[in-house]
Design a protein around this ligand. Structure first.
Ligand SMILES: Nc1ncnc2c1ncn2[C@@H]1O[C@H](COP(=O)(O)OP(=O)(O)OP(=O)(O)O)[C@@H](O)[C@H]1O
Length: 224
């Protein structure tokens, strides 16, 4: 296997002076292509902070960050945005769907906005993805007309729109009942198997973590 991403000696502090909180304290982590990994750790241990940095949405205070052979450590904000749009998908606990738009529009819009136009190809890809996540009969439903599990499926389809190599999921099942949670995990597992997409999934749920092939524990600012 080839390393998809690697961070070394990652440090992240929030605040300054007396208020300074050191959250990541020299964390090292490598993810191989095609991994399906759970990110575990007590509340406040820095899981979201790590995902935000791996997603290039925030820079670390210090440390190295490489992905797909690119050194992201010193990249400009503009380059990071482009890199993120091409290579990384996000799924959050609260799906952040646009309530007044349909499932199809929610999947298609981020790409359309980025491209500055709505292409037929984007619509086709969004349709395919919604079929893929089992929502072929809900494409034209408004986000508000969907169940929690269905909304999360839409969010997963949206995350896959640009065929990212890496999907970062922050508590993707945190808001779901047990059955919807295991369906969502099954779906992520299928996508991982079929498309070799790498997944890093933060969770507090031991069962969810056990269903992943690798468990990564964060404690005291490092991977233990
Ligand atoms: N923007 C911020 N400013 C200051 N402190 C922050 C900020 N974001 C997070 N923190 C602090 O960093 C620590 C780690 O937070 P983070 O959200 O990464 O933890 P987590 O492991 O994801 O927690 P949880 O499991 O509860 O979601 C916490 O102590 C938190 O208070």
């Amino acid at each position: 296997m080839t390393a998809l991403l690697e961070v070394r000696d990652l440090v992240k502090t929030y605040g300054e002076g007396e208020a300074e909180t050191r959250v990541l304290k020299g964390l090292d982590l490598a993810l191989e292509e095609g991994e399906f990994a759970a990110l575990l750790g007590p509340s406040g241990s820095g899981k979201s902070t790590l995902l935000t940095i791996l997603g290039t949405l925030m820079k670390p205070t210090s440390g190295q960050h490489h992905m797909l052979g690119e050194d992201l450590t010193a990249a400009s904000d503009r380059d990071l945005t482009e890199f993120r749009n091409r290579h990384i998908g996000f799924v959050f606990q609260f799906h952040h769907l646009l309530p007044d738009f349909t499932a199809l529009e929610n999947v298609m819009f981020p790409t359309a906005v980025r491209q500055g136009r709505e292409t037929g190809a984007a619509r086709e890809r969004a349709r395919e993805l919604l079929v893929r996540v089992g929502l072929e009969d809900r494409m034209e439903f408004l986000a508000t007309e969907l169940s929690g599990g269905q909304k999360q499926r839409v969010a997963i389809a949206r995350a896959l729109m640009n065929q990212p190599e890496l999907v970062l999921a922050d508590e993707p099942t945190g808001n779901l009942d047990r059955e919807s949670a295991s369906q969502v995990m099954e779906l992520l597992g299928e996508i991982n198997q079929n498309e070799q997409t790498t997944f890093l999934i933060s969770t507090h749920d031991e069962k969810i973590a056990a269903s992943c092939r690798r468990q990564i524990n964060v404690s005291d600012g490092k991977v233990s």
